[in-house]
Design a binder for this molecule. Structure first.
Ligand code: 5GP
Length: 183
């Protein structure tokens, strides 16, 4: 089985490097998570996330349909639908999951053979600048996300490998060495 978890703090650039990896690795299958948060401008249902209601989410959890799930930033629920991941693995795809720290810990227990990657910012100041620069969250939400980021950064030692996202090109190159076909 070839599967990877990618975790990293808010605004570190997970979405951007994942898009690069998906372009670069033909058999890479990225798990589209379910979330109760509202779409950001430009986000597409079924592509970035499955945007669902709290009721739908709770039903999926109760029904055993989530491989892992967590309340992230103390607000919304995010989870990995189990069925599509199992199907992709059975078809021989390389599977990539983007989950928060809580989710990574759950996967570590239930699927210990999965390689866990932490995407880190070059510095705390740079992370703050990227979050502000993105401009998709208000000040209170930015503060909440930076609180979570402190906890996540303190846990990076739990991961199998840490990749620093200095530039998208460099981080993608580093990730390709781990996830890519030539590993
Ligand atoms: P955002 O709201 O910025 O898209 O994502 C917030 C956080 O939710 C990120 O840290 C991201 O890694 C995490 N996240 C996204 N999908 C999942 C998931 O399926 N499970 C878990 N546990 N966390 C997720």
């Amino acid at each position: 089985m070839q599967a990877f978890v990618l975790t990293g703090p808010t605004a570190v650039g997970k979405g951007t490097v994942i898009a690069e990896l998906v372009k670069a690795i033909p058999d890479l299958w990225f798990s589209v998570s379910a979330t109760t948060r509202s779409p950001r401008p430009g986000e597409v249902d079924g592509k970035n996330y499955h945007f669902i209601t709290h009721e739908e989410f709770d039903h999926m959890v109760a029904d055993g349909q989530m491989l892992e799930w967590a309340v992230v930033h103390g607000q919304n629920k995010y989870g990995t639908p189990r069925g599509p991941v199992e199907k992709a693995l059975s078809e021989g795809h390389t599977v990539l999951l983007e989950v928060d720290l809580d989710g990574a810990r759950q996967i570590r227990k239930s699927m210990p053979e999965v390689t866990q990657i932490f995407l880190a910012p070059p510095s705390w100041e740079e992370l703050e600048a990227r979050l502000k620069g993105r401009g998709t969250e208000g000040e209170a939400e930015q503060r909440r996300r930076l609180e979570t980021a402190k906890v996540e950064l303190a846990a990076e030692g739990e991961f199998d490998v840490v990749v620093v996202n200095n530039t998208v090109a460099q981080a993608t190159e580093d990730l390709l060495k781990i996830v890519g076909p030539k590993r």
